[in-house]
Design a protein around this ligand. Structure first.
Ligand code: GLA
Length: 386
């Protein structure tokens, strides 16, 4: 069910002193293509979704933040000035955003807050970025005269992941959560920060997510290790090619030159990334021509790479991908960081209903539980609701 302002407001009133504050929202995301390219300084192609986080905030005249997670029914209070943040992970996101906004000179004051979300957790749809962006946007509005631009707010969320959560993520999730536009996908050059919006109105096709419900969490996963492997390959290539600052600048020939100096795993990781950087640009060209068959083919290639070269898939996601192929789905792949979560599927209109039915039946027959189907609607980025 779609989360509403009232769902959050009623809890905020109940939990605190009965008064109301300001309400903000930020979305989760899909990503059409460009996975694990952001921290390699390549391109990504995400879109914001309608699901996200909603938070109500009101200054409380102290230096403390009193935070209530409606979904977890958990309450945490922390001081803005304390070097050591709270223990609960969900509260560390809020603490991290507060501290990073303060580091940018925003005079954050103590506040009461309650929040809830309707992005499925661990589905690879960036519920954590939605949380970070909601608070970064809110604090900028409440205490910072909206002086910090949206891309910088996204960086606040990214630094929160790095410094307070321990996930060395790229910028994609926070960027789309802050900068998304309804009806548009956003291509971003993660090196320069340059952004281009592409209206997403595929005639005759739909995007559908299938959530395997295998919960993924980047914290403690091999995500950071993948990043280090990529950076190491780029460093080795740079010894012969100083112009290579990250894998975004490398090509297959350069990789072959250093094959003996890197591990077999590193070789596979880099092969995937080099291919993926090119695939995003191929997809952009294809979209401009309305060539969805090519878009779909690239999605299947990405899935293959994520599964066999980058090795961030799992049995359930590979199975979902196989079903998509069997059912004539135009494109299908793992979405997000991997290790669980959703596949994203580009499906011709006339096949959508049957695919939804068949994928649920086959998955349930094999794993004894139903995957969850999510229709994608491209929504807006961070905003004030009232
Ligand atoms: C996670 C990270 C992103 C990105 C994706 C993979 O969602 O937060 O920065 O690396 O994985 O594309």
């Amino acid at each position: 069910m779609k989360l509403t302002i009232e769902d959050v407001r009623s809890r905020f009133i109940k939990h605190f002193d009965g008064s109301t504050g300001s309400v903000y929202a930020s979305p989760g995301r899909i990503n059409l293509i460009g996975e694990h390219t952001d921290y390699n300084n390549g391109f990504v192609f995400p879109g914001a979704v309608e699901q996200g986080m909603i938070a109500e905030l009101k200054v409380n005249g102290t230096r403390n933040v009193r935070a209530y997670s409606i979904d977890l029914k958990d309450y945490v209070e922390f001081s803005l000035d304390c070097e050591k943040g709270p223990n609960a992970t969900w509260a560390r996101y809020i603490y991290g955003v507060c501290r990073e906004m303060m580091a940018l000179g925003v005079p954050v004051e103590g506040f009461n807050t309650a929040f809830a979300g309707d992005v499925p957790l661990g589905a690879g749809m960036s519920s954590s970025a939605a949380l970070e962006s909601t608070y970064a946007y809110a604090l900028n509005d409440m205490f910072g005269d909206n002086k910090i631009e949206r891309l910088e707010l996204a960086r606040v969320g990214q630094r929160t992941e790095h410094k307070y959560i321990g996930v060395n993520c790229g910028i994609m999730d926070q960027a789309i959560s802050c900068l998304g536009k309804a009806g548009n996908l956003m291509r971003m050059d993660c090196r320069s920060g340059e952004i281009a919006y592409f209206p997403w109105n595929p005639k005759g096709y739909q995007l559908v997510l299938v959530n395997s419900c295998v919960k993924h969490e980047l914290k403690g996963s091999p995500y950071n290790e993948r990043r280090l492997q990529c950076e190491h390959v780029a460093e080795v290539i740079a010894q012969n090619h100083p112009e290579v600052k990250s894998l975004r600048d490398a090509n297959y020939d350069m990789l072959e030159e250093v094959k003996d100096q890197i591990t077999a795993d590193e070789y596979k990781r880099a092969r995937y990334v080099i291919g993926e950087v090119v695939r995003v640009l191929t997809v952009c060209d294809a979209l401009e021509k309305g060539d969805y068959e090519t878009v779909g083919q690239m999605m299947y290639e990405t899935h293959f790479g994520l599964s066999k070269e980058y090795e961030v898939s799992c049995e359930e996601l590979d199975f979902l991908n196989e079903i998509a192929k069997e059912e004539g789905v135009t494109g299908s792949r793992i979405m997000g960081g991997g290790f669980g979560g959703c596949t994203i599927n580009l499906i011709a209109d006339e096949l959508v209903d049957n695919f939804k039915k068949v994928v649920v039946e086959k998955f349930e027959a094999k794993y004894g539980k139903k995957p969850v189907i999510i229709d994608v609607v491209i929504g807006d980025g961070a905003r004030k609701l009232c």
